[in-house]
Design a protein around this ligand. Structure first.
Ligand SMILES: Cc1ncc(C[n+]2csc(CCOP(=O)(O)OP(=O)(O)O)c2C)c(N)n1
Ligand code: SF4
Length: 474
């Protein structure tokens, strides 16, 4: 019989995270990772129970930091370990289905206290705890759940209980508390286990739909990239080794007797918040010094290692040297493979309310994925500077494109590693920020303060780039 593949309900039809050159269904997860399977099971349950519209999925830092690219529900991305606090706030403020999706580093290490406190209060949250025995996103460091003898980058000889203690058993710990309604450990290591995980995940969501309280589901999940195993070998290892330390099964099920929880409403009104933050007595905003100075919003993006973040800090220092208000806001991709990084810089005469740049006046793109990702966000009349090595490009109408042979110019200027200083000089040469030459020179001196020998060489690169602009850009 022909089997039809049906798209999972509750998941977006396309995932834009990997940019327009990737397949619309490409996720940022590594091949063989368990996160994708777990996402599907949760999303399917949200859709089947008809709670997508009232569901809020909370994902902290970890490989699942980008869960909001996938779940077609309400999403909040929070700081590392802080999901239980945010989940508590959302759950108490609104009648909704709250999901806290956390890794083992996140839930059992940095967020352990909050996890236990939220469980002990019996918050109305479904917690999905993805246990892959390592810190996945940061490169495979030891986690609280690393097995005895398991090698990680921070215990290369294998976890030794005398030095690093024993693995933490979260289901067992949480089931010592009185308030949790449901606690179960499952795995996504084979079809039989996935079917069981599906049943249990649905149950945790059903408990939320009925408002009965805290449900905790631990899911043993593969991380082939950091465990250095094939996907098949990682799943076998879960079924043979991991389950010995973390036995699968139910640790608490009070769903039959639990009643819906009804709590008093919070009294956080706008007036009480204004009082709390003493809004009335905040100092007045500083006055305009130069009413003709135009604010610049800049986005700089490329692969890790291309000097993207340091180009941003140089620009920040230049603005600071010129006495302007300035923010620098980095963003690192969490991907273990093929990640990019970017930073946003805002230079203003006024105080800056938020460092986030949605629509830059200037985009500096050091590689093609960055160009494709951000080019359509550039303001009409704005500028896109890109490394000419990218080749043919099709820029949006109404923006100015400047192809800079940054690598080549850096070599010609005698500093092959100075492609980002070339870009810095081109920004100066084009006069895009309204900052004077001296501010750029001071910024370079400050950037290389710890290696003063490099200052003259970089000043030469800066001048070389300015000259290139004069001779080549109309
Ligand atoms: C406050 C804070 N401390 C440390 C980090 C660095 N950090 C990012 S992800 C991570 C661990 C993630 O591991 P886990 O929660 O197990 O999730 P996984 O990536 O394996 O899915 C750490 C330590 C951070 N982002 N914020
Ligand atoms: S590093 Fe591990 S947990 Fe993270 S996406 Fe890759 S396989 Fe998954």
């Amino acid at each position: 019989m022909e089997e039809k593949i049906i798209r999972t309900q509750g998941i977006y039809a396309e995932f834009p995270r990997k940019g327009p050159s990737a397949a619309p269904s490409a996720t940022h997860y590594c091949p063989g990772c368990g996160h994708g399977i777990i996402h599907k099971l949760i999303a399917e349950a949200l859709a089947d129970y008809g709670v997508q519209d009232k569901a809020v999925v909370i994902s902290p830092v970890g490989c699942a930091v980008f869960a909001y690219y996938y779940f077609d529900a309400g999403n909040i991305q929070v700081a590392h370990g802080r999901a239980p606090a945010v989940a508590t706030g959302v759950s108490r403020a609104q009648d909704c289905v709250v999901i806290s999706y956390q890794g083992d580093g996140d839930l059992a290490s940095i967020g352990l206290n909050e996890t236990l406190q939220a469980a002990n209060r019996g918050e109305k949250i479904a917690v999905f705890f993805v246990n892959n025995t390592v810190y996945g996103m940061t490169g495979g460091q030891m986690a609280p759940t690393t097995l005895i003898g398991e090698k990680t980058v921070t215990c290369p000889d294998g976890r030794d209980p005398l030095t690093q203690g024993y693995p933490t058993h979260m289901c067992e710990l949480i089931s010592t508390l009185k308030a949790p309604v449901f606690v179960e450990r499952v795995a996504v290591s084979d079809i039989k286990n996935i079917r069981n995980a599906r049943r249990v995940i649905r149950k945790a969501i059903e408990i939320q739909k009925e408002g009965k309280g805290y449900a905790f589901v631990e899911i043993l999940s593969p991380c082939p990239t950091n465990l250095g195993k094939s996907s098949v070998a990682n799943n076998e290892w879960i079924n043979t080794e991991m389950v010995k330390e973390f036995p699968l099964g139910n640790y608490r099920d009070n769903t039959a007797t639990a009643e819906p929880i009804v709590r008093a409403k919070s009294d956080f009104t706008t007036a009480s918040l204004e009082q709390l933050f003493d809004i009335a007595n905040l100092p007045a905003a500083i006055e305009h010094k130069d009413p003709n100075f135009k604010e610049s919003q800049v986005k700089i993006s490329g692969f890790g290692g291309q000097g993207v973040l340091s180009l941003g800090t140089m620009l920040t220092q230049a603005a600071h040297a010129a006495g302007k208000q300035v923010t620098w806001y980095p963003s690192y991709g969490p991907e273990q493979r093929g990640g990019t990084s970017n930073c946003s810089v805002i230079i203003s005469e006024d105080r800056i309310g938020s460092p986030v740049v949605y629509h830059p006046d200037l985009l500096v793109a050091m590689n093609r994925p960055s160009l494709e990702k951000f080019q359509n966000d550039v303001k009409p009349g704005g500028t896109i500077m890109y490394d000419a090595i990218i080749g043919d490009v099709k820029l949006p109408a109404g923006v100015r494109g400047v192809a800079v042979p940054a690598q080549e110019l850096a070599i010609q200027a005698g500093n092959p590693k100075g492609a980002n200083t070339i870009m810095f000089g081109v920004i100066l040469g084009l006069g895009l920020t309204g900052l004077p030459d001296a501010a750029f020179q001071n910024a370079l001196a400050a950037s290389f303060a710890k290696k003063p020998k490099l200052i003259p060489m970089n000043l030469e690169v800066l001048a070389f780039a300015q000259k290139w602009v004069k001779e080549n850009v109309k």
